[in-house]
Design a binder for this molecule. Structure first.
Ligand SMILES: NC(=O)CC[C@H](N)C(=O)O
Length: 233
């Protein structure tokens, strides 16, 4: 069975939900601890949402220095699929596995909403079960979701198709180019601000009209990875 590790940091909030999403996707969730240098030979890694180290300094900045993050960076560079959700996306950026930065929302408020997204890149480990241009709805909840990058980086991200998800309808936080999520060149590392793990079970996900979203749009992030990994085993 495919085994997907979910790393818990001090202040993680959504690690249990991420484990549950992994189980719903048909894989075995493996609870990993940030202070261990031990990935327990998992096939893929999820960095969950939350408030690691109370968002002290910058969200994800202290967590990026946790012992296990050197193992995560090594694994990512070997091609192991890594998904960073919200605070996990912030950790990926702070670890330089993805470029740019995430700053306070433009309106200065913490925001929670069911968010429309366009899947821009459906050729990554975590998105290949979507189609490019497909619109989905998953929850968004953060205080520091404003994506920034210098002009050269932004041009490269757009030119090389490294924008994985883009906000649709409204830009909820002032992110440049409506960027909600990124992938690396290889497609194994993906980070996004909205929360796919909160949209994996009918009746508990976004409350949107059927025509707009299945309510479980987030599940395909996880089943994408599980399907590709299962084919390798
Ligand atoms: N939901 C989350 O993971 C929140 C991330 C981070 N603490 C923020 O507020 O931006």
């Amino acid at each position: 069975m495919v085994r997907i590790g979910v790393i818990t940091f001090p202040g993680s909030l959504d690690d249990r939900d991420a484990q549950r999403a992994v189980r719903f996707a048909g894989a075995e969730p493996v609870a990993l601890w940030h202070g261990d240098h031990d990935l327990q030979h998992v096939d893929a890694i999820v960095l969950p949402g939350g408030f690691s180290y109370g968002d002290y300094l910058r969200p994800g900045a202290i967590a990026s220095l946790s012992p296990i993050m050197t193992d995560v960076v090594d694994a990512a560079n070997r091609g192991v699929p890594v998904l960073g959700i919200c605070n996990g996306f912030q950790m990926l950026v702070e670890s330089h596995l993805l470029p740019g930065g995430l700053i306070r929302n433009a309106h200065q408020q913490f925001i929670r909403r069911d968010q429309r997204l366009v899947v821009e890149n459906a050729d990554t480990a975590w998105t290949h079960q979507f189609s490019a241009g497909e619109e989905i709805v998953i929850p968004l909840k953060n205080g520091d979701g404003g994506f920034i990058a210098d002009a050269e980086t932004l041009n490269r991200l757009e030119g090389e198709g490294l924008v994985a998800f883009r906000y649709a309808g409204v830009n909820p936080n002032g992110s440049l180019n409506d960027i909600a999520g990124l992938t690396n060149e290889r497609g194994n590392v993906v980070g996004l601000m909205p929360h796919p793990e909160h949209a994996v079970e009918a009746g508990f996900g976004p409350d949107t009209p059927q025509a707009m979203s299945s309510g479980i749009d987030g599940l395909r992030c996880f089943t994408s990875a599980v399907e590709a990994l299962a084919a390798r085993v």
